[in-house]
Write a protein that binds this ligand. Structure first.
Ligand code: AHR
Length: 516
């Protein structure tokens, strides 16, 4: 009996402590230097990536002209409207690994005559090439976004890539420009962003950095600028922490020959990816821990770049990033379809904040991938469309597009689990062309809110408003049956006082503040 009472006593005591912890408010402060902004946050940091993979292109964007799903020339209207809402600045296509086995001439001309191929990387399914160059460029025009095309180095040729550029961008009389006209497009398109291969250390040909650098220079030489069109060429960069790849490319490729060098960083444990939903707090902590490695990885690549290019002429282009979990049970493992929770929203918010803060070198980034694949913003199911928590982050953070980065310095308590600690808050700030200041704060601590003080230096704050993205659980996600389980709401709790700005940041939330 005595033993039972003791156990009861300990249990009640433990629960009481946990409750106290839940109500605990931690402290944090941010200094924002509102008059010391130097660098502009390129809107291209908010870019996208869509590959011929699973239901990203087919069913995601493309339903075909005869579909009962409302479309413009075969492209879904609901998806176009949703992406226009977040002001999608650029779209990377056709891959990914798919790019290095894609032969662009298979995707032009009458659709019924286009050859079919096997998509060997992604599920071994038949690719019928009904979505090709003209459809992609039409999609970009409907979205008002810039195309970012990835050419085939792995299994293509210099001639093939060079002719694709000519087909797209040459306005005079030439075999490729004439072919384009024959296929219904008179005017050349404008294409700026051009990747010379993808992951050429892996699926793009298993090359060494030395060999790839030489290949890059060969291919890049024959990707010409026609007329007013100027190609901004991106060399296929490193996998996460492969610093040697960056070192060799920077050493061997002159800065005049590349606009940027890419980097791919996925938030994943490759040996044990774990579920996208129903994860434990330990799995949550580990995901955020991996995500918070990104500043270190980027900084190390940037240090190497700085040595060869102190004037920062070469951009760092993080053209694949995001979470990678197990596919949803019962779905094709080659289609990489995963759900998207509040945890994904935090991963997105942290990446975007960290990219913003390094906008002197990072000029572009692309989340993998926009629809139905990996950390998607949008899910589609036949005629239905659903917005994920990650979509809402892109919508909330669009205030940073082309705004002036403001230096911030953050002090905050840590989020602790089983003796391990992570910085609980993550932040960036900018000033837009109308003088409005935006601060994006991510609080990953699932239990503790923060009493945040903002010391805004260099301007007088007159008014503050905000928006918040949160949910009752970190595992919360949207479904077609319950599409608004995680969605932004107005946030009116911030105040301006004599000693600065006070903001109660709730546990597990993203808060976006607008200061006038
Ligand atoms: O985004 C999925 C795949 O991940 C891409 O095709 C490839 O580049 C990367 O390994």
């Amino acid at each position: 009996m005595k033993r039972i009472s003791l156990i009861l006593f300990i249990t009640i005591g433990f629960c009481a402590c946990r409750l106290v912890a839940q109500e605990d408010i931690h402290k944090a402060s941010i200094i924002i230097q509102a008059d010391l902004g130097k660098y502009t946050i390129s809107r291209h940091i908010y870019g996208h990536f869509s590959e011929h993979l699973g239901h990203c292109i087919y069913g995601g964007y493309w339903v075909g002209e005869n579909s009962p799903i409302p479309n413009t020339r075969g492209i879904r209207k609901d998806v176009v409207n949703a992406l226009k809402e977040i002001q999608i600045p650029n779209l990377r296509w056709p891959g990914g690994c798919f790019a290095d086995e894609y032969h662009w001439k298979d995707g032009i001309g009458p659709r019924n005559l286009r050859p079919k191929m096997v998509n060997t990387h992604w599920g071994g399914v038949t690719e019928d090439n009904s979505f090709g160059t003209h459809e992609f460029m039409d999609l970009c025009e409907q979205l008002g976004t810039e195309p970012y095309i990835c050419g085939n180095v792995g299994s293509g040729s210099v001639e093939e890539m060079s002719k694709w550029v000519e087909y797209l961008t040459f306005d005079g009389i030439s075999p490729m420009a004439d072919l384009r006209r024959q296929n219904g497009r008179d005017k050349a398109w404008k294409v700026q962003y051009w990747a010379v291969g993808n992951e050429n250390w892996g699926c793009g040909g298993n090359m060494t950095p030395e060999f790839y650098s030489d290949q890059y220079k060969r291919y890049a030489t024959f990707c010409r600028d026609y007329g007013e069109n100027h190609l901004m060429k991106v060399a296929g960069g490193s996998n996460s922490a492969d610093y040697n790849w960056t070192e060799i490319l920077m050493q061997k490729i002159p800065s005049w020959q590349m606009w940027g060098i890419s980097l791919h960083y996925y938030t994943t444990d490759w040996w044990n990816k774990g579920p996208a939903t129903n994860f434990t707090e330990k799995q949550y902590f580990e995901t955020l821990q991996r995500c918070l490695e990104i500043p270190k990885v980027i900084d190390r690549h940037m240090t190497i770049m700085d040595r060869y290019d102190p004037e920062k002429k070469v951009a760092l282009v993080v053209d694949e990033w995001g979470t990678w979990f197990n596919v949803e049970p019962g779905t094709n493992p080659g289609f990489l379809f995963q759900q998207n929770t509040l945890r994904d929203a935090f991963v997105a918010g942290i990446h975007l904040n960290e990219f913003n803060k390094r906008c002197d070198r990072i000029k572009m980034a692309n989340i993998a991938q926009t629809i139905n694949v990996l950390q998607a913003l949008i899910f589609t199911q036949d005629e239905k469309m659903l917005l994920t928590p990650t979509y809402h982050v892109f919508n909330l953070f669009k205030v940073h597009h082309d705004a002036l980065l403001l230096p911030t310095s953050l002090t905050c308590d840590e989020y602790e689990l089983e003796g391990k600690k992570l910085p609980a808050l993550n932040v960036s700030a900018s000033k837009d062309k109308n003088g409005l200041i935006h601060v994006t704060v991510v609080n990953i601590d699932p239990l503790n809110g923060f009493a945040l003080k903002i010391d805004l230096r260099g301007v007088d704050a007159k008014d503050i408003t905000g928006k918040i993205l949160t949910a009752p659980e970190i595992t919360a996600f949207n479904t077609f049956e319950s599409p608004d389980a995680v969605k932004p709401a107005e946030f009116n709790k911030a105040g301006i006082g004599k000693d600065g700005i006070s903001v109660p940041i709730p546990a597990k939330s993203i808060v976006v503040l607008e200061i006038k």
